[in-house]
Ligand binder design. Structure first.
Ligand code: ZN
Length: 241
């Protein structure tokens, strides 16, 4: 089983299309998505349709739930709230009814999947030792896959927890230790690398590889400006912050 793990697309169609082109060029058996299809970006309907068609597992993130109205919109301050209101206005019926079917956690081969964390699948960021220790304690699968922070990360559960950011090309041998992996964000990376982030897992070969894919950032920025989305959300895409 050879899996492409994507998260946090945030309605960035050009980033998603670039990653899907690489997935198509590889020999993948499945695509798993860890949530936040919409919010921030300009093409929520197209991104939702693509992943509805392609993802074997598709989770809902906090932005998806806010746009659906399942979480109050005033949970989001500032630009996130502005973008969520814009998304509510443009979201079509097909996208809305697909998003309505999604949960924020799932189980895959050798893996447990969450948008945030096992302790709080919608909201918790796993960035430090305490959250990672809780994540391992509350799960049993060899792999724990999370999104939400937009930072590509790998944490292993050996005699002590060891974790670090996982830049492009980071390759891990799986099997001996349990691992918590965050693929980073396809559509709004926040780890200083503006390229779309995703993760390749070859379960039979026990190998995980953190990938980055170039995409035309300025096309997404142009669409955001045309839509009247907040300028800061467009500007940050060029820096991966
Ligand atoms: Zn997100």
């Amino acid at each position: 089983m050879h899996v492409a793990v994507l998260s946090d697309v945030h309605a960035n169609l050009h980033a998603l299309e670039a990653v899907l082109a690489e997935v198509d060029a590889g020999d993948f058996d499945a695509l798993w998505f860890l949530g936040d299809l919409v919010g921030y970006g300009p093409r929520p309907n197209e991104c939702t349709a693509l992943l509805q068609e392609r993802a074997a597992i598709c989770l809902a993130g906090n932005h998806d739930l806010v746009v659906l109205g399942r979480i109050p919109i005033d949970t989001f301050a500032g630009e996130a709230g502005t973008a969520a209101r814009w998304t509510q206005e443009v979201l079509d019926e097909a996208a809305r009814s697909f998003l309505e079917t999604l949960q924020s956690q799932a189980t895959g081969e050798e893996a447990e999947l969450f948008h945030g964390s096992p302790r709080d699948p919608v909201w918790e960021y796993v960035l430090g030792d305490a959250a990672a220790a809780a994540a391992f304690a509350l799960t049993a699968a060899p792999l724990v896959l999370v999104g939400h922070s937009h930072v590509a990360l790998e944490i292993s559960n050996g005699e002590a927890l060891r974790g670090e950011q996982a830049p492009a090309g980071t390759e891990l041998q799986l099997g001996r230790l349990r691992r918590l992996l965050n693929p980073g964000s396809v559509g709004q990376p926040r780890d200083g690398d503006p390229r779309a982030a995703w993760l390749e897992i070859d379960i039979a070969a026990a190998r995980a590889t953190f990938r980055r894919t170039d995409y035309p950032v300025e096309r997404t920025q142009d669409e955001m400006r045309e839509a009247g989305l907040p300028e800061a959300l467009a500007a940050r895409l060029a820096f991966g912050i």
